[in-house]
Design a protein. Structure first.
Length: 258
């Protein structure tokens, strides 16, 4: 049995990989208390495991905590996936691959394998990222944008009178795109800016490749962002975990081809 673990900036997500896909999925907020998150994992995880394959963007402290826990619990070493110049059919565009988040790398590999060709992966979380890959596995590069809550917080800090804002954004047509309160104006402005940038980026990739790439949408804010996008997307809430399962050689993403 293989356990795959995705450690993000605020949450840890996990799943067991079976021949049919991902099973026993779970998640917990680690934030300032990684021990509580690992306790939640401990309660949900199976009694026996052969491997633990993980991706981590939460810093060395969280990686160390997971490694010690896994070694103590199952007597195996955690396998952390790192971005490489080339691997699993994809060639990284970064001159220094270590500067590309490993979660983006894993999601990109998953998108490439799902599409069996050109793909764009949008991950909507604290930051919103987009990465593109052509049909030959050449990573074309990516974008990193501030998420809607980051934008609202920045406006609150840098302006006078806006005050605390809450995300009440809903897409619409015509004047419905505009907010009728400061909260709505900030939230809708953030979503409209994000979606417009992402739509333009996907269009630019399609124009360069002379084909429409498959577009996969994942991340905690994916369902909020989706209605704002003109680009047709496939929602894959567990794309990073799927990528880890594929990299581990235990999950055939060809079973999930669009």
């Amino acid at each position: 049995m293989i356990l795959v673990v995705d450690i993000g900036n605020t949450r840890i997500k996990w799943a067991c990989v079976t021949r049919h896909g991902l099973a026993d999925r779970g998640e917990a907020v680690h934030g300032r208390n990684p021990s509580a998150a690992l306790e939640a994992l401990d309660e949900a995880a199976p009694a026996q495991l052969d491997r633990v394959v993980a991706v981590n963007v939460a810093g060395e402290g969280m990686a160390s905590s997971l490694s010690k826990y896994v070694n103590r619990r199952w007597k195996v070493e955690s396998e952390f996936v790192a971005t490489a110049q080339e691997g699993h059919g994809v060639h990284c565009a970064y001159a220094d691959p270590s500067r590309m988040g490993s979660d983006r790398w894993v999601a990109l590999i998953a998108g490439f394998r799902l599409a069996e060709g050109a793909a764009c992966v949008i991950d909507a979380g604290t930051a919103v990222t987009l990465d593109a890959v052509d049909a030959n596995g050449r990573h074309l590069g990516g974008l990193i944008l501030a998420g809607p809550r980051v934008i609202a917080t920045a406006l609150d800090r840098q302006t006078s009178g806006i005050g605390k804002t809450r995300d009440r954004s809903r897409s619409g047509q015509g004047s419905a795109l505009l907010g009728s309160s400061t909260d709505e104006a900030v939230a809708k402005g953030a979503m409209l800016g994000l979606s417009g940038a992402l739509d333009q980026a996907v269009s630019a990739v399609a124009g360069e490749l002379d084909e429409q790439p498959a577009v996969y949408l994942t991340g905690g804010d994916a369902t909020t962002l989706s209605p704002w996008l003109a680009t047709p997307c496939q929602y894959r809430p567990h794309l990073v975990l799927e990528g880890l399962g594929s990299i581990a050689g235990a999950l055939d993403l060809g079973l999930h081809v669009r």
